[in-house]
Design a protein around this ligand. Structure first.
Ligand code: ADP
Ligand code: GN1
Ligand code: MG
Length: 362
């Protein structure tokens, strides 16, 4: 059976109307996403966002869906329609489907007239993302953190990511270590910096908040008509964490002058202009609740999130590309190299980035 045939069988468990089309959708690295269009007897069409949950990455899809249902219900009482994801149950009322092949599927209402961007097209879009992610953190401040399952253990524990990397290096499963010595050296030279955020969380210097943990640009839908953020999506990794890492993940992806997988590294740098645009949007809401120590940790969060992501791409490359979806040979290595280029550039621009954050008043 093809992937499409399996997806069609799954789609029918959520909506029995005729399937007009079903196509792969989006550019996420983790789940397999399809846009399924159904048509009822009166010719009325419904769009469903069908996802096969990656259960190599998410070991307990039932707990993951409990988190998603809990958070989306909570948010739906606070935001406009389509301001959060809506889980569409299976025909027999379950939040997800376990199919006969062992795949886990879920459906979200497809949010219309909005776009998830892979690249910033104008300053306003990035400002609005900053504002929306700040608001998202604020909204979730009242969510009972103890109800959340840890969907990926040690997800943004940077020292633990370094340990995983060193294990991958020692095992060298794909026999690739010999070809990436420069990247390996780059990582090892920065290991001493890995705990700059986690040590502050552990000591209580900065608080644990309920955070999104995957705040890249294509995890937010921007309204095509108004240019405002419509919905924060990809809620699979909502867990307690550091605000600075959410800030940092947006910067790592959105303030880069090139794509995450750009092979021409001369095109990659951190744009201080885009950094400022996002920081202004984010702090327009987050300044109301961040502590001084948290605000002071934002630049470190951007730096470490970029380093951590590069370390994860390199570890996956060494492991033989088992975690992130790849679309070409050496894709994870290309991704890792852009992250390390950004890390080096952030080191050079650290004082400038700090000055920008400090200049933005509450
Ligand atoms: P992944 O975990 O693989 O990144 P996402 O949940 O981010 O998966 O979904 C992948 C893409 O699908 C998003 O970047 C976005 O383009 C699109 N998408 C996800 N949910 C919706 C939705 N409810 N409505 C419209 N588009 C969506
Ligand atoms: C993955 O799922 P997606 O594509 O939005 C990853 C993030 C990485 C990102 C790098 C669950 O995000 O942690 O930062 O790729 N998500 C997971 O682009 O591992
Ligand atoms: Mg995503």
């Amino acid at each position: 059976m093809t992937d499409r045939e399996i997806a069609i069988l799954a789609a029918k468990q959520f909506n029995q109307d005729e399937i007009v089309s079903i196509e792969p959708y989006g550019s996420g690295h983790i789940n397999s996403t399809w846009l399924a269009i159904h048509k009822d007897a009166n010719g009325v069409e419904t769009k469903n966002l069908l996802q096969k949950i990656n259960n190599y990455v998410f070991k307990k899809p039932d707990e993951l869906m409990e988190n998603v249902v809990g958070v989306t219900k909570f948010l739906s009482e606070k935001v406009d329609e389509d301001g959060t994801l809506t889980v569409i149950p299976t025909l027999d009322g379950k939040n997800y489907l376990l199919d006969e092949f062992g795949n886990y599927w879920r459906v979200y209402k497809f949010i219309e007239n909005a776009t998830a961007y892979d690249k910033i097209e104008n300053d306003n879009d990035f400002y609005t993302c900053g504002l929306a992610f700040g608001e998202f953190q604020q909204l979730l401040a009242e969510y009972p953190a103890e109800k959340l399952h840890e969907t990926i253990v040690n997800f943004h524990n940077t020292p633990s990511r370094f340990a995983d990397f060193k294990k991958a290096l020692a095992e060298d499963k794909a026999g690739r270590a010999k070809d990436v010595q420069a990247e390996i050296d780059f990582v090892l030279a920065r290991e001493c910096k890995a705990d700059a955020i986690t040590s502050k969380l552990e000591s209580g210097e900065i608080p644990y908040r309920v955070t999104h943990n995957d705040t890249k640009l294509n995890n937010i839908l921007i309204d095509d008509a108004t240019g405002k953020a419509k919905c924060v999506i990809d809620l699979d990794t909502i867990m307690p964490g550091a605000a600075a890492y959410d800030f940092g993940d947006s910067i790592r992806f959105g303030a880069s002058t090139g794509a995450e997988d750009e092979t021409d590294l001369s095109k990659i740098s951190v744009s201080t202009h885009l950094f400022e645009v996002f920081a202004k949007g984010y702090l327009s809401t987050a300044n109301k609740f961040l502590t001084p120590a948290e605000k002071d940790s934002l630049v470190t969060g951007a730096y470490l999130m970029t380093l951590e992501c590069g370390v994860r791409f390199l570890a996956d490359y060494l492991n033989g590309d088992v975690y992130f979806k790849i679309h070409r040979e050496h894709h994870n290595l290309d991704r890792c190299r852009t992250q390390f280029k950004l890390v080096a550039d952030m080191e050079a621009k650290e004082a400038e980035l700090r000055a920008i954050v400090n200049s933005i008043e509450g």
